[in-house]
Ligand binder design. Structure first.
Ligand SMILES: NC(=O)C1=CN([C@@H]2O[C@H](COP(=O)(O)OP(=O)(O)OC[C@H]3O[C@@H](n4cnc5c(N)ncnc54)[C@H](O)[C@@H]3O)[C@@H](O)[C@H]2O)C=CC1
Ligand SMILES: O=C(O)C(=O)CO
Length: 319
């Protein structure tokens, strides 16, 4: 049995695959495969282990009906046509849970960095602009006792809420499709409408999947309901915010700052106005990028491949 792997993955996952007698082919070019290249590689393999933005859409799945499993090295599966995979009977696996702590850390890092303009200050030092200690300059805002509003309080949102309560005694409100009873019970989180979340939060952090419902949900109308002193954090997917509207909201003082681990497109174009704004922090989609987490993700992704190739139920599946 042979698996095609679209980007190098940690050794722990590779070792599991090889110990199971599975032949691995790894795409090592520092660019993404085109759709045609992905199809032609997958035609020669029994399974796909995919990380990054490859579209696992209907045309791909129809061209590669023979695949016994598609295993994603991510929890997000917005690049997958789930209905097509179901219809064609191709199981699709993902890597939930193991990355929640690391991704919540990234949201926390952005939140604190934006509140103290840390990324901007660092750039100023590199430019030679550290000249003078001015008691009225370089002022940030404090997070202590403020309200954190989470859109999509699932696994990552829960971890972030815990950190913010522990570190800053923040009050947590959230908006979800359903109730998160565990968060209400253990963290005292309060479920509110989307508008209430926007109006009441000092920090709004997004942790939903990217779906048709959440695409562009942070637009001019949403930003205009937020407090002028608020911070917007997105570690979910770049498509959740409308970028020109975000730029305008920051320029017009509708919101105070923003921290993004995800952008649209990725990588972000050099010269993007967000890169020059003092109250903005941008990271290159490193939410789950720790040694420990990526190794754990590679293990789940490998186990999903192994199960799929045996015809067993995947340990973690979206289809
Ligand atoms: N920046 C990064 O590197 C990473 C980004 N992510 C992103 O974070 C997302 C969330 O991951 P998890 O917390 O593990 O997922 P999860 O499924 O545990 O939580 C998502 C929450 O969003 C809620 N939700 C879904 N649609 C909604 C809507 N329309 N309105 C309000 N709430 C809605 C769900 O009810 C659920 O509680 C992933 O889908 C992925 O896109 C995940 C890992 C790393
Ligand atoms: O898991 C995901 O969805 C990511 O974005 C990368 O960890």
């Amino acid at each position: 049995m042979k698996v095609f792997i679209t980007r190098n993955i940690p050794a722990t996952g590779l070792q599991l695959l090889r110990e199971a007698g599975i032949e691995t082919t790894i795409w090592t070019d520092r660019r993404d495969l085109t759709p045609d290249e992905l199809i032609s590689r997958c035609k020669e393999h029994d399974a796909l282990l995919s990380s990054g933005p490859n579209k696992i859409d209907r045309s791909f799945l129809e061209a590669c009906k023979h695949l016994k499993v598609v295993s994603l090295l991510s929890v997000g599966y917005d690049n997958v046509d789930v209905e097509a995979a179901k219809t064609l009977g191709i199981p699709v696996g993902n890597t939930p849970g193991v990355l929640s702590g690391a991704t919540a850390d990234t949201a926390f890092l952005l939140m604190l960095s934006v509140s103290r303009k840390a990324f901007f200050m660092h750039k100023e030092i590199l430019k030679g602009n550290w000249n003078f200690w001015d008691p009225t300059a370089n002022l940030g805002i404090e997070l202590n006792g403020k309200t954190l509003g989470i859109l999509g309080l699932g696994k990552i949102g829960f971890e972030l809420a815990k950190k913010c309560i522990g570190a800053y005694d923040m009050k947590v409100i959230y908006h979800n499709r359903g109730r998160n009873e565990e968060a209400e019970k253990k963290l005292g989180a309060v479920r509110v409408s989307f508008d209430e979340l926007l109006q009441q939060s000092d920090v709004v952090s997004v942790h939903t999947a990217l779906t048709p419902e959440t695409t562009g949900i942070f637009d001019k109308a949403a930003f205009s309901k937020m407090k002028p002193s608020s911070i917007f954090i997105n570690t979910a997917r770049g498509g959740v915010h409308n970028e020109p509207d975000l730029v305008a909201a920051l320029q017009n003082g509708m919101i105070w700052g923003a921290g993004l681990d995800v952008t649209n497109p990725e990588p972000m174009e050099p010269g993007n106005p967000l890169l020059e704004m003092p109250n903005v922090a941008i990271l290159p989609h490193i939410g789950s990028a720790t040694e420990e987490t990526r190794a754990a993700m590679s293990v789940i992704a490998a186990r999903n491949v192994i199960a799929g190739l045996k015809g067993d139920k995947l340990p973690h599946s979206v289809v």
